[in-house]
Design a protein around this ligand. Sequence first.
Ligand code: SAM
Length: 238
Amino acid sequence: MATIRRFFVEKAEEETRLTGDEYSHAKNVLRLKEGDELILLDGSGKEYDAIVRKVDKKEMVCSILRSRLSEKESKTPIKLLIGALKGDKTELVVQKAVELGVAEIGVFSSRFCSAYMNDNKLERLNKVSKEAAKQCLRAVAPKVTYYPSLREALESCKEYKNKLFACEFAEKSDVSLHTLSGSCALAVGSEGGFSQEEFLLAKEIGFAGISLGKRILRAETAAIVFCGIAAFVTGELE
Ligand code: SAM
């Protein structure tokens, strides 16, 4: 059975217009035409069944038939903070974190970070988030935010119950990951890792040091594993 295609829109109304990239993809790549069905997503967690009414030069007019709350969204909020990575590794981490149900993603610069961020890269990461959300049938694409410093990134997690800092030089974990419950904020360093001062800063802000074992994992491995562990233990992979 062909998958009904999913598109993000600013606002889902009785009559909704598909514009921009979403319009181009629908019209030029998927060749959607009048009468075709599609699913619209407005980021509220709802899915809207819709039908194409009219295809114009710059927009596709769709009528909404019915809506429902997506059952694909996690109930336990998980926020991933990742140091900016080289090449397209940050995109890989964003894609996997979205598939694992993460609610928010923050990319930060820190002392040993050798990759830089700019508006184009951030826009690209948010596009990767949208595409990954559509692929895994989520109704929400986690927003990717850039934090120019580790402190700002860590302080953005104040409302998270479990604040967990993956530290490559932590002898052991300050808390057990086996008994996690409630929202989780996960911090993972870039290829260069963290400094002792950054580890102390994280503790000061209320993060627990977490060891992910005796081997040194690549940053992207650590980020994906950490999200997987948090999602599994909090029941989001059932
Ligand atoms: N530059 C560091 C070194 O050579 O020791 C390695 C940093 S590692 C590539 C990137 C990040 O992954 C670390 O900052 C940490 O957040 C996480 N990480 C990797 N291995 C880990 C481990 N065994 N325990 C906890 N965190 C780990």
